[in-house]
Design a protein around this ligand. Structure first.
Ligand code: AHM
Ligand code: MG
Length: 334
């Protein structure tokens, strides 16, 4: 009897991966399943955001002094909830929480992983029906099991990530996640309510023609960055310049498009904010891990993002990320 079927769901895929490792405990598969479930719940709310009273400021300000939208809080609670009730995660850190949060129950204290996330990236775009996303990052805890996780479990360099991924709530909803073994993309099939494999073994093109940056800040950038942006606009480029500028203002959507089509995304430091806007742990590290596994590069302008030793949970970092060839052109301007 032929029991092969063509389209694999996220759960089937993670279980298949586990079967390839006879000693695997299944904890990572279970964690990814939890994340997939929370993503489906958030997706439902994002899709009906225009219909119900869920839009608008929740009237609070997050730890970085930014307005919090209601959907941010909803997404944060969903991801926290599934991970707390799962069996794989000892605690979380989130862009929306002041401090890390140890789950501190007997199962969680014996779990292998901690998870960090930006529950709703690009949430400034919610009101205008533009793609937004969730970004997540998974590390093995470094403190011994049996006790609540500690801050040191979260302050690990990005190179030690076990898995990282994002969900884009866009014209379709996609979950992309990477382990050291590869990057795979799953599209939510609304007819069965499952993420199904749509982009197996993603490799980012070595060169692209898209550069993504907030041009409004041009005069605030340091000279090498200005030089690179100006080069992107020149016609005599050997790689078919001028390049095309695309900037959605939702990093997940910008990075996702560039991952698939080839390109470079930049959020440089500015005169006012030398470390830029993006958070090392919730935004830069997971995207850097995904891009590197897919064959791209990511730096803060000085060093590889994944080698930065974090010192605080909400630390910010400049970010340059994308196709290897374009990243090398950028590096040539420094
Ligand atoms: P957020 O996590 O508060 O949504 O902020 C991060 C977002 C990124 O998704 C996006 O690339 C960036 O902010 C856009 O910022 P700017 O408007 O300064 O270019
Ligand atoms: Mg964000």
């Amino acid at each position: 009897m032929n029991v092969d079927h063509k389209v694999q769901t996220l759960d089937e895929f993670t279980i298949q991966q586990m079967r390839d490792f006879p000693h695997a405990t299944g904890e990572l598969s279970s964690l990814l399943r939890d994340i997939g479930l929370a993503a489906k719940r958030v997706n439902v709310e994002v899709n009906k955001a225009g219909l119900v009273d869920i839009l608008g400021d929740a009237g609070t300000v997050n730890v970085q002094g930014e307005d919090v939208k209601k959907l941010d809080i909803y997404a944060n609670n969903q991801f926290m909830g599934v991970l707390k009730h799962g069996i794989s995660c000892g605690g979380i850190a989130s862009e929306e929480l002041d401090d890390f949060f140890p789950f501190d129950d007997p199962v969680s204290n014996n779990s292998k992983y901690v998870c960090l996330f930006d529950p709703l990236d690009g949430s400034g775009n919610i009101d205008t029906n533009v793609s937004i996303g969730t970004i997540f990052s998974v590390y093995r805890r470094v403190t011994p099991k049996g006790a609540p996780v500690q801050e040191i479990d979260f302050l690990q360099p990005g190179r030690d990530q076990v898995a990282a991924g994002y969900i884009v709530y866009g014209s379709s909803t996609m979950l992309v996640y990477a382990t050291r073994r590869g990057v795979n993309g799953f599209t939510l099939d609304p007819s069965i309510g499952e993420f199904t494999m749509s982009h197996p073994t993603i490799r980012t093109p070595e060169f692209g023609r898209i550069y993504s940056v907030n041009h409004g800040n041009f005069f605030q950038y340091e000279e090498p960055v200005k030089r690179y942006i100006t080069n992107c606009q020149k016609k005599d480029k050997t790689n078919g310049g001028p390049y095309t500028q695309r900037y959605i203002g939702s990093m997940v959507a910008d990075v996702h498009r560039n991952l698939i089509k080839g390109g470079i995304f930049m959020y440089p430091g500015t005169l006012e904010k030398p470390k830029g806007k993006l958070r090392l742990l919730y935004e830069c590290n997971p995207c850097a891990f995904i891009l590197e596994v897919a064959g791209g590069k990511a730096t803060d302008g000085k060093q590889r993002i994944l080698d930065v030793q974090p010192t605080e949970l909400h630390q910010r970092s400049p970010l340059f990320i994308g196709s290897k060839g374009m990243m090398e052109e950028l590096e040539g301007c420094f």
